[in-house]
Design a protein. Structure first.
Lengths: 219, 232, 232, 219
């Protein structure tokens, strides 16, 4: 069965390593914070100026001056730090953040990503996404495998305006985990109960399928 | 060096139609509410506004958009605003979208006398069109230039009479960077204290960057996305 | 994210001969005394040291010069040191002198992922030789590149277990910039406190930049120029 | 009579304007702080990271962590601020400092300055001088008119390695106040009792002498 958003987040959480500083984008990536594996300590950075982001505040304890990049009210953990936007992107551009998780509209088999603009429709802007994808060594995209029209979001080439080039290293979708290398998608894991054929059918880019494709372990 | 002005009217004296303004804040967090209200009152128009976001329909820079006072927005993210969308699609409003980190660094550069710098952000995208590309450490970078403004308008938590500022939590964001980059920098603060009351070790914006400071009359501090968890 | 190491020995593990080190401080103010003593003890040599100054004959980086552990100094001002002078004139020591503001900005750039930037400092002087010149705002600027180091060694006043640092008065100087630019950054602090004890609003160096932190055993904090006025 | 160092400092202090942020170099420039005209408020920046520098500390109250760029122990005034070296030079390079006063070995009539290196002799380094002279709009040089060998330090062209080009706007020496424009030294004031002829003799660069050259008023 294909994963829901929480399932995708749960699978991505397995990519966390002890000591990682992590930037989570808006949407599915935000949910990753709910599934930190036991025995692992990570610290969340939000590009509007906090390191050590905590959970949402208790009702009535919201502080308008304390938000994340999604403009949601949040809290600060013990040991948290606030800083300005230039320092924040110094952390990102300077590769001090070990893992970036973000959503996408399209990912190409060369690692290109498009997630900020649909020509002719409303343009909301790239926010920090272009800085994040251009800087990070370790970028995981969290998204549904196909769009609402049922078309594959894993393409030979992106059709939408790019956010960054050759930057995505891994994609986790509702159907599969895929690695990007040698200009191809490499199928690494299947969602529980999802067949290789389903994944192949939903993938428009070149897909390398090994002999054995294990199911994700989400327990 | 006393930088205190009487009120918001005096603070914004000299702001004229056609000028370039920088306005601090991220979303509605840390925006100079009192100054924005005054800009509406003054009715100045044809403004170029450099600000990470464009407010919401009825608050923040959205108020200036309603009055069609803005000619051009230089921002990184402008969602959350129907009037913005309408004006942009109709061609009434020019929009220059900039990666958020480049926007922050370009403001800092403007204040620091660094006219241009290389960054990897935006390479290979339409943002890089017409910009010089150079490879460093095996990775392409594009040349970005500094931003400055006729007036930078920032909002701080506390400030002293010399213009030294401190910000609270994530309301800091672009404020200290824009404070550096204004030909004239105006700071509105929640609390104005005498010089010597702020610890010199913990000032976020040294007063040298600030020309005018005043205590804002009222801060609504609207929350854009109220997310909470129930008390256990 | 606990960054605490047991002592200075553990903090400097992995520093090897031939490496590039950044060391914070201005004159003898805010230098990592304990780490320098440990470098002497370790006897590592052929070091390239990036530091605004080179200490005095018997303190600070002067101690490493005495042991001929430094191959190359990258600094802005190296007076106050006879042994330095001797080694430089005899050709034993390579010296790269950099305008102080460019040195500071190049360290910050190294930490911030900005590989190069333009600055007016040094145009028309021997510092600009071989460097690209470009005019901005009617004024020539030269292109300077980022600096990074295998290890950055900084000294802070207080630090917490997560590596968050605060500095005291003018002992801040180059420390926060170098902390950003080390592949591994080591912080020695006068006082190490548990996470949560430092106000998150007033951290000078966020812990993300620091890999190892320890409380220094002893700080001599020598004064270079004791200037006083008599009590009235 | 030619001025002493304090006289030079006193004359330069007349250039201070209310509200100026000022950077004073080591040596004679430091003394300027002792002669701030009444009714004027200025703030001193030292490039090692303080704005709002106060006088030397009382005996026994020195703090090793609180020094100026000359490495002297100092105090901080009410409203002072400490900052890092990058921020300090952001102030300088970004032209937020209104006046820079520094010493020189040579000044040329085109505004070039040399004050950091004597080839073959010990090289101490430029410290912040190159940033200061390249950035500031308003640079006053404080120096003796001639060197120890009696040779003029106001030259057609500098002979020593340059610190900066076309940057000095005014020179105050033990003999005179001179402005630099149109590639010439313009004599503006004489030290009390010093003749135009003495100044002319001590000046190697082109000197423009107006009909009337007033004496400095140092009262």
């Amino acid at each position: 069965m294909a994963l829901d958003k929480n399932g995708i987040a749960k699978r991505i959480a397995q990519e966390l390593r002890d000591g990682y500083y992590v930037n989570l984008g808006i949407g599915i990536p935000t949910l990753v914070a709910n599934y930190i594996p036991e025995g692992i300590e990570v610290e969340f950075q939000s590009e509007n100026g906090i390191l050590g982001m905590g959970p949402f505040p208790f009702e009535g304890e919201e502080d308008a001056d304390l938000i994340n990049a999604g403009k949601q009210t949040i809290t600060a953990r013990n040991g948290a730090v606030f800083f300005d936007s230039a320092t924040s992107f110094a952390m990102i551009r300077g590769q001090h953040v070990q893992l970036t998780v973000l959503g996408a509209m399209e990912v190409a088999q060369n690692g290109d990503i498009a997630n900020w603009k649909i020509p002719g429709k409303m343009v909301k802007g790239m926010g920090g996404a272009m800085d994040l994808v251009a800087s990070a060594d370790n970028i995981i995209v969290a998204m549904m495998h196909t769009n609402r029209a049922g078309e594959s979001k894993l393409l030979k080439e992106c059709t939408l305006p790019l956010t960054g080039v050759n930057c995505v290293s891994k994609v986790v979708t509702n159907l599969a985990v895929l690695e990007i290398r040698d200009n191809q998608f490499h199928l690494v894991e299947r969602a529980p109960g999802v067949s290789v054929e389903e994944i192949q059918a939903a993938t428009s880019g070149d897909l390398v399928i090994p002999d054995h494709v294990p199911e994700m372990n989400l327990d | 060096m006393n930088k205190v002005v009487k009120d918001v009217e005096q603070a914004l004296e000299g702001v004229e139609s056609g000028m370039t303004l920088m306005l601090g804040g991220f979303g509605l967090c840390g925006i100079p509410e009192n100054s924005i209200a005054q800009l509406v009152k003054m009715g100045v128009s044809d403004l170029t506004c450099i600000s990470n976001n464009a407010g919401v329909d009825d608050f923040g820079l959205g108020l200036l958009l309603q009055g069609k006072q803005i000619k051009k927005m230089i921002s990184s993210y402008v969602g959350e605003n129907d009037e913005f969308e309408r004006q942009m699609l109709s061609g009434e409003l020019e929009v220059d979208l900039i990666p958020q980190g480049s926007l922050a660094e370009r403001c800092r550069a403007g204040g620091a006398g660094v006219p241009a710098f290389f960054t990897p952000a935006g390479f290979g995208t339409e943002i890089a069109e017409g910009k010089e590309v150079r490879e460093y450490n095996g990775k392409p970078h594009i040349l970005e230039s500094a931003l400055t403004a006729d007036f930078a308008i920032v909002k701080a938590w506390k400030g002293d009479t010399e213009g030294n500022l401190i910000y609270k939590a994530t309301a800091r964001n672009f404020n200290p960077l824009m404070a550096m980059a204004g030909k004239i920098t105006i700071a509105e603060v929640e609390e104005l204290v005498p010089a010597g009351e702020l610890d010199p070790n913990f000032i976020h914006t040294p007063g040298i960057f600030v020309q005018r400071i005043f205590q804002g009359e009222k801060f609504e501090k609207r929350i854009e996305q109220r997310t909470v968890r129930p008390k256990e």
